[in-house]
Design a protein around this ligand. Structure first.
Ligand code: ATP
Ligand SMILES: O=c1ccn([C@@H]2O[C@H](COP(=O)(O)O)[C@@H](O)[C@H]2O)c(=O)[nH]1
Ligand code: MG
Length: 248
């Protein structure tokens, strides 16, 4: 379990372009209620503190975000938080926002930031994991800014699954999972919303040097071979940081 407590100064220097140097500096310390981190403790950080590693997973509807997240979880042990799944869970359990969320999803529009960020926050803070894949969020600049304000954190990396529209339409219409938004009418609206609201977020992270654009065409395994090196590099820098600290 994690609880946000305070800011952390950089453990490693940061560079805009390299995934290996993403910002410990912009993240907050999360107080772990369960895990011991003795190396950090020797460096003046409480034995139960650690920083979360946050990945935003973006891409149009049906681009394969959820499919690739499952592979990342399996290979690298991340906690997968699909914003859409969290919202659908609210509908299923008849929460006070349930009917509003249902109508919003049917229309392919974006649920108010406060609702979505609170759901993500609850999941992150109650997780034993500290590596998060946040799938399908932020959907707009307003979402992004609300996340930064409420969580006091930024993503370490952002994945963008780039997929042609006709392929996304084909995949969504043959998904067959009983989703209320998997129909041509809603799909057309979702594509418009994606272009108008989600692309600016993608451009924002591209300008910040955090975006990793991945071609979403090909087999699931071929696409994962583009994803794998990104996380393998992160694991490498993590173990190097720990070795460096151990040597101090
Ligand atoms: N590389 C691929 N080639 C063909 N079909 C794929 C590929 N990746 C995923 N699919 C299929 O396409 C459909 C959409 O995939 P997925 O649910 O992962 O997309 P998504 O980006 O999470 O969509 P949404 O934004 O609507 O949640 C699923 O039926 C999935 O099995
Ligand atoms: O941050 C979010 C995520 C999702 N929504 C709404 O849910 C549907 C489905 O989302 P998927 O990621 O495709 O599962 C989406 O079209 C939005 O209506 C949202 O509002 N905010
Ligand atoms: Mg999905």
């Amino acid at each position: 379990m994690w609880r946000l407590v305070t800011s952390l100064t950089a453990l490693v220097s940061s560079s805009k372009s390299s995934i290996l140097n993403q910002p410990a500096s912009t993240l907050k310390i999360w107080k772990s209620l369960t895990t011991e981190t003795p190396i950090l403790a020797r460096h003046g950080i409480s034995t139960h503190d650690c920083t979360p590693f946050i990945t935003f997973v973006l891409g149009g509807p049906g681009s394969g975000k959820g499919t690739q997240c499952a592979k990342i979880v399996e290979t690298f042990g991340f906690k997968h938080l699909s914003a859409g799944d969290l919202l659908r869970r609210e509908i299923a359990c008849n929460s006070k926002y349930g009917s509003t969320i249902l109508n919003t999803i049917k229309e392919g529009r974006i649920v108010p930031s406060e609702v979505t960020v609170k759901l993500i926050q609850r999941e992150m803070e109650s997780s034993d994991n500290h590596k998060f894949l946040i799938d399908g969020f932020p959907r707009s600049e307003e979402n992004r800014i609300a996340f930064e304000r409420i969580m006091g954190a930024e993503p370490n990396i952002v994945l963008f699954f780039d997929c042609p529209e006709e392929e996304m339409v084909k995949r969504v219409l043959s998904r067959n999972q009983g989703r209320v938004d998997d129909n041509l009418d809603t799909m057309k609206k979702r594509l418009k919303v994606f272009e108008a609201w989600n692309l600016p977020v993608i451009n924002y992270y591209a300008e910040k040097g955090k975006l990793h654009k991945i071609s979403a065409l090909g087999t699931e395994d071929e696409i994962f071979e583009q994803v794998r090196p990104l996380f393998a590099a992160c694991e490498q820098i993590n173990s190097k940081t720990l070795l460096f600290l151990e040597g101090q």
